[in-house]
Ligand binder design. Sequence first.
Ligand code: B12
Ligand code: SF4
Length: 495
Amino acid sequence: MNVLLLSMPDSFEHMPAIVIRMPNGALTSLAGNVDPHHRVAVADLILVQNRVRQTVTELMQKFDPQVLGLSVMTFQRRTAGRIIELARSLKPNLKVAVGGYDPSLAPAAYAEMGVDYIVRGEGEITFRDLLRALENGGSVEQIPGLSYRSGKQWVHNSDRPVHGIENGEVRLPNRGARVLKGYTLLGRQVDVIETSRGCTYDCSFCSIIEMRGRNFHTYTFDRVLADIRDARDHGARTLFLVDDNITLNVRRFEALCRAIIDAGLNHLDYFVQAMTSAIATHGETLAPLMRQAGFRYVFLGIENILEGDLAFLRAAAKNTDRANGHNNGNATVKAIDYLHQNKMLVVGGLIVGNPDDTRESIEANLEFARQYVDWPYIQHPTPYPRTPMTKDFVDKGLIINQRLEEYDGTTAVVRTEHLSAEDAEHMRWKAERWMKVRHLPSVLRHDFWYVLSHAPQMLAHTFRGSSVRSVLGLEDSRKTFERYKTIRKQEREYV
Ligand code: B12
Ligand code: SF4
C-alpha cells in the first residue's frame, strides 16, 4: 500500500523554524515498523511552513496514498483538521489515521473530523496491524490501541500494553522514508534518536501518565548505537535525544555516555532533557562523562524556583538534591553548576503563571533565568487534555482561552488568582527576548558563519512587533506586545 505520513507545520516561540527544524521521530519509527513491502513517505511539514497547502497537494499527487497518517499535538489540532479536509478533497476515498498525544488523549475531538482511525498510545505495532487488516480486507476489531469508525458510531478497542522495547519488538526507524529536506539546528543537520521511553514521575502538567502510565523501558545500547550511526549516515551532525526522562536511571545514562565514547560517536553534538535532581546528585561523575560523549545542551526541567509553585506542579521530587540519602533542598543551582563546570549549556525550562503566582513570584523566576540559564525556555502552564493540572485549572475556573491552536506553551491561556493571563504573558515575553539575545555570542562561537548570516533573521524573529521607537524605549511595551500578538496570530494560519 502507499502510505503518506505527515507531522504538522505548527511551531512555537522557542523553536523558530528559520533556525530549528527537527524531524518527528514517531513517523520514521512507524515507517520502520510496518511490513517492508509498503511504500511509505514521511513528510515533516515544519520544513515547508510557508507552503503547506501546495506541498500536501503535490505529495498526494506524487505518492497517491491509500492511507494518510498524521501525528498531532494539541496546539496543532486545527491545522490537522484543515490538512485532512484538503487531502480528502483531493482523494475522497482516502483512509485517514491520526496518532500522537492529542488524538490519544482527546479521541472524541477527532471523531468529528473526517478521520477513519485513531491510534492511541504507542503506534508501531497498532499501525502495522492496521495496514495488514486494510490490505487483506481483514477485521480491525481485535487490534488493541485502535479506535475506528463503524457506521455512525466510534468503537474504541482495548488499550495496547506499552511496548517492551528492550527485546527488539520495535525495529529501527526508517529515515530513508523522508521525502523533504532541510532539517537544521543552527545550520547543522539535526536528527532525533530515542534510548528509552516512559517516566515514573507524575508532574501535573505532563501528558505522559495518561498516555502510557508510569513505567520506564529502555532500548539496548547496540540498538541505540545503530540508531545514532544511521542518523549520522543520513547526514546528521546534531542529535536530539527525545527520551521522556533519560535521567531516571543515572548509572545506565553514564554507561550510555561511555558506549558513545567507545564507539567513537562523540564527535556529534547531543541535546538531552534532564531532571535537576539527577544532575545535582550525580553530577560529579555524570557531567564529565556527558561532556566527553558530546553533550552540548541540556534542557533542565526546573519548572519553578518557588516551593509553592513546585508543589502545585507536582515537580518538587524531581527537583530535590538527594546526596548521601539526605534531602539537601532545591537541586537547580547545583545542577546548573555541574553542567557549566563541564562546559555544557543549560536550556532552562520554567513554568510561570501558576494559580498562586503574583507579579513578584513571576519576576523571581525571570530573574533566576537571567542569572543562571543560557537559553530560556519559559512557558505558561497549559491545560492539555487529561493532565491533572487541567483538572486543577478547571476546578479553579482559571482557564480564559479555549482556542487550542494557542495552546503552544508560550501563550498564556490561564490566569492566576492575582494576575491576568495577558499580564503574565507580557512579563515573560518582555524579559525573555533579551535573555535570548545574550546567548548569541555563544552560538556564534559554535556556528560562526551560519549564525552571522542568519543573525538578522533570528533577531527579527525574536523582536517581531518591535519598531525603532520601541527599541529606543519611546513606546509603551504593551503596544509592541499587541503587535507581536497580531503577528503570532497570523503565523498560526499555516494552511
Ligand atoms: C522530544 C519532545 C519534544 C522535542 C521535539 C523534537 C522532535 N521534533 O521530535 C522538543 C523539545 C522540540 C519539543 C517541543 C515541544 N513540545 Co514536546 N515533547 C517531547 C517528548 C519529551 C517526547 C516526544 C517523542 O518524540 N517521543 C518519542 C516518539 C517515538 O513517541 P511519540 O511522539 O509519542 O509517538 C508515538 C505515539 O504517540 C504514536 N504516534 C505519534 N504520531 C503518530 C502518527 C500516526 C499516524 C500514528 C499511527 C501513531 C503516532 O506512535 C509513536 C510511536 O510509538 C514529549 C513527551 C514528554 N515526556 O514530555 C513532549 C510532548 C510531546 N511535547 C509537548 C509540547 C506541548 C511541546 C511544545 C508545544 C511546547 C513544549 N512543551 O516544549 C513544543 C512544540 C514544538 C514545536 N513543534 O514547535 C507535549 C504535547 C502535549 C499535547 N497534548 O499536545 C508533550 C506530551 C509534553 C507534555 N507537555 O506533556 N518536544
Ligand atoms: S519528569 Fe518529565 S517526563 Fe516525567 S512526568 Fe515530569 S515532566 Fe513528565
